[in-house]
Design a binder for this molecule. Structure first.
Ligand code: FAD
Ligand code: EPU
Length: 353
């Protein structure tokens, strides 16, 4: 037995902990790559969560939280406990004429909550329609789309500290949100389990239509007639036209972050590549990684069952039986060729496990 093989748990009744052994993770990652978890548990309450985390501590077992697995790639089997969070529920915790604060349990599906909010005439999340995943994972990378980010509506979250089992409250400042970034991806990674998120939604709509393509998609409707529901429908349609449905074709959305360069670097790159797109962002520019990858010749590439989607160069896909290792190898080839051509490093957005 190698040193990395976890010890057999001594004297613990796994069925009492509701832990399953040797579970196929294909249905728990949107890349649909085959990988086995040594253990898997579905957790629907915080007491159960504390119990399984204590068990991991006692056994020295690694653990991995998973919502819908729409931002993870399993490169190999997972030797510890995968914890599938299924905490459900939502409640209004504050309400006035202008806004409502809603506390949502971590296991609620994100898009389901967006639709629910729109039905209640609570506005703001319409641009974040159809993002896969759970509410609990949304703060981890401060999900964003079409000019809006989770942080724009964030009030606070509650997270259970793994070491102590104590639930702590985190303000927006504590979460240190950035572009696809937060405390929970950095110093807080694997130290806290987000159990609930409170969002402040408006009772009057204030539409955000700046993202290229969104206004054009809604051009048929007079701006003062537009509703948040129409914006949500347009966002869903745009997303469906560009991004493959993980139910049909394994993928995890954008595989890499869009790189940020200084204004000077951007000017120098533009001299060499006049068509290079860039969006002003703070002190510099954000460059679409999709453009870099397409220019490097990867769009539509396929080798065996791994590939780069034909409609979006930032989306790596599994055509069937690709392994996580094959997808990682493709990602590395793409990174190398983009560095060679543009001298710009690309960093994975997806968590490689
Ligand atoms: P998982 O993939 O299960 O987990 C992601 C990470 O969060 C892991 O590190 C996990 O350990 C951790 N985690 C999960 N739950 C918790 C918790 N409760 N507490 C602490 N840590 C936790 N993202 C965007 O931002 N914008 C987009 O437009 C977008 N489009 C996408 C389109 C497609 C087709 C796909 C497949 C993905 C897209 N994504 C997008 C990425 C993905 O939807 C988000 O990252 C989403 O928040 C992941 O949710 P999940 O529940 O699947 O998390
Ligand atoms: N482009 C290409 N080739 C392509 C696709 C796009 O050159 O094949 C260029 C075009 O210039 C286009 C630009 O890239 O204008 C931007 O493309 P798009 O609007 O599709 O957005 P993106 O930058 O690729 C980002 C997010 C998405 C989010 C959309 C909409 C990142 C890493 N990705 O994609 O998030 O949905 O904007 O806001 O920031 C995700 O995180 O998984 C994700 C899908």
């Amino acid at each position: 037995m190698s040193d990395s093989t976890p010890r057999q748990p001594a004297g613990v009744d796994l069925s009492q902990l509701r832990v399953q052994e040797n579970v196929d993770l294909r249905h728990l990652n949107t890349f649909h790559v085959a990988a086995q978890a040594r253990y898997l548990v579905r957790v629907a309450g915080t007491d159960h969560l504390r119990e399984v985390l204590r068990w991991c501590r006692e056994e020295g077992l690694p653990f991995l939280l998973i919502g819908q697995g729409s931002n993870v790639l399993f490169k190999q089997d997972y030797p510890g406990l995968v914890i599938e969070l299924q905490l459900l529920g939502r409640e209004v915790v504050a309400d006035n004429t202008e806004w409502v604060d809603v506390r949502v349990a971590a296991g609620e599906p994100w898009h389901g909550f967006v639709q629910y909010a729109l039905k209640q005439h609570w506005y703001g999340l319409e641009n974040l329609s159809l993002i896969p995943g759970t509410v609990g994972a949304a703060p981890v990378q401060n999900i964003g789309a079409y000019g809006v980010e989770l942080k724009d509506f964030f009030v606070e979250l509650e997270a259970l500290e793994v070491a102590s089992g104590v639930v702590q409250r985190f303000s927006a400042a504590d979460c240190a949100f950035g572009y696809r970034q937060s405390f929970f991806k950095q110093a807080g990674k694997d130290r806290f389990v987000i159990v609930a998120v409170t969002l402040r939604l408006r009772k009057q709509q204030r539409l955000v239509l700046d993202y290229p393509g969104l206004r054009a998609a809604l051009a048929g409707v007079a701006p003062d007639q537009l509703t948040a529901q129409q914006v949500s429908a347009a966002v869903c349609q745009l997303r469906r036209s560009k991004l493959p449905d993980p139910g049909q074709l394994g993928n995890a959305g954008s595989f890499f972050w869009n790189p940020h360069v200084s204004a000077n670097e951007f000017a120098a790159l533009r001299q060499r590549f006049p068509a290079l797109p860039g969006f002003p962002d703070g002190a510099g520019f954000k460059i679409p990684a999709a453009w870099l990858i397409e220019q490097a010749g990867w769009k539509g590439f396929r080798e065996g069952d791994v590939g780069v989607h034909r409609d979006h160069a930032l989306v790596l896909v599994n055509y069937g039986a690709a392994t996580g290792a094959q997808l990682v190898a493709l990602a590395e080839r793409i990174q190398a060729s983009v560095v060679e051509r543009f001298a710009i490093p690309l960093w994975p957005e997806v968590r490689i496990v």
